[in-house]
Design a protein. Structure first.
Length: 284
């Protein structure tokens, strides 16, 4: 297993200018992978990101950012092509920098949470599956996978649980499409996160680690021994990233409802979290 750190811990938006410093920073803290959130594809070029990662000796993961203009299951069909075009841009970047997957809640816009009749939500899942099938085929042509992230009920009304995520993967029906599981979201939505992890099994393509408050792993009440033990039981051998956020960016803070600092500094959050995860790692 390789350990990654999200660029969201330090900055937003990520740009070419920030790539060398952040790649060196995560390498110096002991991480194997820089997880890049691609908020604006115009701000990041594959050549600059690849050069920065190679210089620092780290790999790259590519995470999508899905706002209102990038909604693959939008009620208006005319709005969906923009989401697909953005997802293809993420795939292109991943292919060029050697990232194994594009990750994130790519089925809908984050923050879209509405009471809907069951039949309408079912229709939206079918629309999302159709768009993700097209994206998944495009990704397969480029040697990339998709890792779909269930989010908690306050951030989406579409895919909240592992069971729903697996159902969406079945509807998409592609071998290169699986799940990104996140301890923060599972802590809210799953009756038993370890059982949910085991149920996902080989469909897990990426794993996000953060505490129940989205802070430093090991500083809260996540049952880490059981969680990491379940992950080991699945044979997972991909990237486990620490994903947290800086409240200094107002737009991101509002999107994830982050109103306070979660650690003494971003470096402390990343360093202490990685030390904890390595100490509690369980061999698969």
């Amino acid at each position: 297993m390789r350990y990654g750190a999200s660029t969201f811990i330090w900055t937003s938006p990520f740009t070419d200018r920030k790539a060398p410093e952040l790649a060196e920073r995560v390498a110096g803290l002991g991480f194997d992978v820089l997880e890049v959130c691609l908020e604006d594809p115009g701000h990041v070029t594959a050549s600059a990101l690849r050069a920065a990662a190679e210089q620092a000796g780290v790999g790259v993961a590519v995470c999508g950012a899905f706002g209102p203009e990038r909604d693959l299951s939008h009620d208006d069909p005319a709005m969906r092509p923009a989401a697909l075009a953005y997802l293809k841009a993420c795939i292109d970047l991943a292919a060029e920098v050697g990232a194994p997957d594009v990750i994130g809640p790519m089925y809908s816009a984050v923050g879209k949470a509405r009471p809907l009749p069951d039949e309408e939500r079912e229709r939206q899942r079918e629309v999302a599956a159709a768009g993700l099938h097209e994206a998944g085929e495009y990704a397969a042509q480029h040697g990339v996978g998709l890792a779909i992230e269930p989010l908690n009920r306050f951030e989406t009304d579409l895919i909240n649980t592992v069971e729903q995520g697996l159902d969406l993967c079945d509807r998409i029906g592609l071998d290169n499409v699986g799940l990104l599981l996140d301890t923060f979201h599972m802590n809210i939505e799953e009756k038993s996160p370890p059982d949910a992890i085991r149920a996902a099994g080989p469909r897990i393509r990426h794993f996000h680690t953060c505490e129940n408050d989205r802070g430093t792993p090991g500083s809260g009440h996540i049952a880490w021994d059981a969680t990491l033990g379940a992950l080991a039981d699945t044979g997972f051998d991909g990237i486990a990233s620490i994903e947290s956020f800086t409240p200094d960016n107002v737009a991101i803070a509002r999107a994830v409802s982050l109103w306070r600092q979660l650690a003494a500094s971003p470096d402390d959050l990343a360093r202490d979290g990685l030390r904890f995860l390595r100490a509690h790692a369980v061999a698969g």
